[in-house]
Design a protein around this ligand. Structure first.
Ligand code: NAP
Length: 335
């Protein structure tokens, strides 16, 4: 049996600031035993999401006033259970979405714990990233098969799962990324046409090789990539806006151009936003599908190989992600 410490470390957003390291601090707090219906989990690995940076700075959609704990998802091992908990036991490995984060321990409602065979780094990517890819493509993008799907930031934590799910559904997939190592990774996971945007113009490739336009865009980059994606839509095309990482550090870019409605009418195209927070009811069904695909060997989970340790490591992990260096999901190691 694991001996539990009396206190643990966590990363907390303490004040709004434009500087990540001024906005957050590592705090040491007492470890409390779980209340009835709750379980206490020892974090093994936590997922890093582009939105963590925006949340820490107090700039994400619907900002929370500080102080608040940072991070959104973890895998770990249950180390104590509260009264009345029957379906989760000490020793179980679990994935949490919304309760875990950049902290060595966390408590959660037992009924929200998703049991997993092993608490490995790559399994974290099933959480925010896997669910976003699965739910957004199906619900917001109305993905079918035999279509052309463009995924931006395709080699990232969320993008690589969107690429694979679009392929599994029987589509032709184009993926944008920022270096040749990522091109090789995208080929390995089945992407039909990786585009290194530093070497090739995404707009020209789409015009020359996909002249009828794309049916679905899974878009998380924003800025000029968003404009290119809008132009690339074919008749009946659907652009899913999941984020705009290139506009996070300096805020949304102000642009002046003819209103976008005109370009959509001409193609009966649509642009729809997606935020996972609005789709919690879909989680059990989509998590079940994702776990089955992994078990069947059809979906591979990919964590970036760089190691970041502990609550303070989450800040370096965010710098690394924002420098565009990651392949797959960025995780923080709490083992
Ligand atoms: P990620 O893709 O693992 O990492 C970010 C990647 O963005 C980088 O590796 C980089 O790859 C790419 N990027 C392109 N232009 C960039 C720029 N100017 N600055 C920094 N990075 C740039 O991150 P993620 O957490 O999975 O998030 C990807 C996008 O999905 C974000 O916009 C995020 O907010 C969004 N998202 C939204 C939801 C939702 O519920 N709406 C959920 C999950 C994620 P390349 O250079 O290779 O393109």
């Amino acid at each position: 049996m694991t001996t539990l410490p009396q206190s643990y470390e966590k990363l907390v957003a303490v004040k709004p600031s434009d500087n990540l390291r001024e906005a957050c601090e590592v705090q040491t707090v007492d470890l409390e035993m779980p209340k009835p219906g709750d379980v206490l989990v020892k974090t093994y690995y936590s997922g890093v999401n582009a939105a963590d940076y925006m949340m820490a700075l107090g700039r994400y959609v619907s900002p929370t006033p500080p102080p608040f704990d940072l991070g959104a998802e973890s895998v770990g091992e249950v180390v104590a259970v509260g009264d009345g908990v029957e379906d989760v036991a000490v020793g179980d490995k679990v994935l949490s979405i919304g309760d875990g984060g950049f902290r060595e321990f966390f408590t959660m409602k037992a009924r929200r714990a998703i049991k997993i065979p092993q608490a490995l780094p790559e399994v974290v990517s099933l959480g925010v990233s896997g669910l976003t890819a699965s739910i957004a493509l199906e619900k917001t993008g109305a993905m079918t098969s035999g279509e052309t799907v463009l995924v931006t930031a395709a080699a990232g934590g969320t993008g690589n799962l969107a690429v694979q799910l679009a392929k599994i559904a029987g589509n032709t997939v184009i993926g944008s990324c920022g270096n040749e190592e990522k091109v090789d990774f995208l080929k390995a996971i089945g992407c039909d046409r990786p585009i290194n945007y530093r070497e090739e113009k995404v707009g020209s490739v789409l015009k020359n090789e996909f002249g009828d336009g794309v049916d679905i865009v899974f878009e998380g980059v924003g800025g000029a990539m968003f404009d290119t994606a809008v132009k690339s839509l074919g008749i009946g095309g659907r652009l899913i806006v999941i984020g705009a990482i290139s506009e996070y550090e300096n805020g949304p870019e102000a642009v002046t151009r003819p209103r976008i409605g005109f370009s959509l009418i001409g193609k009966s195209a649509s642009i729809r936003g997606f935020w996972l927070m609005h789709f919690f009811k879909e989680i059990p069904e989509h998590m079940g599908k994702l776990l089955s695909l992994v078990q069947a060997g059809k979906l591979t989970l990919n964590a970036d190989e760089m190691t970041f340790k502990g609550a303070v490591g989450a800040l370096d992990a965010l710098d690394y992600m924002y420098a565009g260096q990651n392949i797959g999901k960025v995780v923080v190691d709490f083992t």
